[in-house]
Design a binder for this molecule. Structure first.
Ligand code: FAQ
Length: 325
């Protein structure tokens, strides 16, 4: 009988004892650690996914960072600064997790800047009003948590452990987004309209960011067999809708989906068809802000080059002090 992780290996591959050992760890739901032997495909797939995830956290600072200087109160500014700083931290944990697989983070960042690695589609949409910051917290962080909680059980130890901490912070992010939108929705007529407009614009991109439909997902089957992903894109999309649909009622805001309704028989919400053509376009580089986000990241890299060079020179001169830091 075939075991869980064997989608791309035929029977002859299994003769390698290292592969049998890897397989036994996957089959018994234990963690693979960096010191363990692993198939090339497993390593490559993890590097691809973790790098994309890290890049998403870093590029994801841009849309909300745009509002730090214009937050409507000191309290909101402090919360937003803490959130954006958390995202930088998530990027760092994730680059560290990728480095345990034998790549260097500067290589990954170069690949991002050359457009050869991706980041999440969702960060290619503009933040037009203050309410967008609330909508991102509620919907984008909500979709991110739905995707990331199962990643705490990912078969690769360093990624799974990074996710535990990331998820704690993301759940704070989602609550602050909800609270901020709630305040707007229950404020003046203009504030309510601003909150509704933000939800109208962020709803579908958030539903789509969970990835292409299962029928078009190239990596899902193998990633699930290897225990990297625990649920398919469509399963996660359903979980996300089931979480946010009742929250929208509490917020007093209407999702822009006339087909959204509770289905008693299925025990889930039914919802309309996401525009996967738009997702393809945005992932392909043609979203509203792709060029702006890429140019901003590249400029930040170039502007910060002297800081990295200075830190490296200091570390060479004072190895003990750098190791203690
Ligand atoms: N955007 O075969 P699948 C956050 C690509 S973090 C861009 O289904 P897979 C926190 C996919 O890479 C958000 N590309 O792929 C935050 C593949 O391309 P490739 C990021 C996408 O890997 C909040 C191709 O399409 N989270 O938001 C997207 O099995 C607020 C085929 O797709 C993660 O990265 C997309 N939306 O499933 C930060 C979580 N969807 O590589 C700041 C980890 C698909 O063959 C502010 N990643 N693609 O060229 C994952 O769980 C998975 O990689 C999926 C995609 C679910 C994203």
């Amino acid at each position: 009988m075939r075991s869980k992780g064997q989608i791309e290996h035929d029977e002859t591959d299994v003769a390698d004892p290292r592969e049998l050992e890897f397989q036994a760890l996957i089959d018994s739901d234990q963690r693979i650690e960096p010191r363990d032997w692993m198939p090339d495909g497993y390593r490559k797939s993890l590097i691809r996914q973790i790098a994309q995830h890290a890049h998403s956290e870093i590029v994801g600072m841009q849309p909300e960072g745009n509002w730090i200087t214009r937050a409507p109160s000191l309290r909101r500014k402090a919360i937003l600064m803490a959130k954006v700083q958390d995202e930088a931290g998530h990027g760092l944990y994730l680059y560290c997790a990728a480095e345990t697989l034998g790549v260097d983070r500067s290589e990954l960042i170069d690949l991002l800047d050359q457009g050869r690695q991706k980041y999440s589609s969702i960060f290619n949409y503009p933040t037009l009003t203050w309410a967008d910051v609330g909508a991102i917290g509620w919907l984008v962080d909500g979709a991110a948590i739905t995707n990331q909680i199962p990643l705490c059980r990912c078969s690769f130890g360093p990624y799974a452990r990074a996710m535990v901490r990331v998820c704690k912070e993301e759940s704070f992010h989602q609550r602050q987004g909800f609270e901020s939108l709630y305040a707007l929705s229950h404020g003046t007529t203009e504030q309510h309209a601003m909150a509704q407009d933000a939800v109208n614009r962020w709803w579908w991109p958030s539903v789509e960011m969970l990835g292409p439909p299962d029928t078009e997902s190239t990596h899902s089957a193998q990633s699930m067999a290897w225990g990297i992903k625990r649920f398919s894109n469509d399963e996660l999309r359903q979980r996300f809708i089931d979480m946010v649909a009742p929250q929208a009622v509490v917020l007093g805001l209407t999702p822009p989906d006339p087909e959204l309704r509770w289905n008693e028989e299925r025990g889930h919400y039914d919802f309309g068809k996401p525009d996967f053509e738009e997702l393809r376009r945005v992932v392909g580089g043609d979203g509203p802000c792709n060029r702006q986000r890429a140019a901003h990241h590249l400029k930040a890299q170039e502007d910060g080059a002297w800081v990295r060079a200075a830190a490296a020179a200091y570390a060479t001169k004072h190895p003990a002090a750098s190791a203690a830091a």
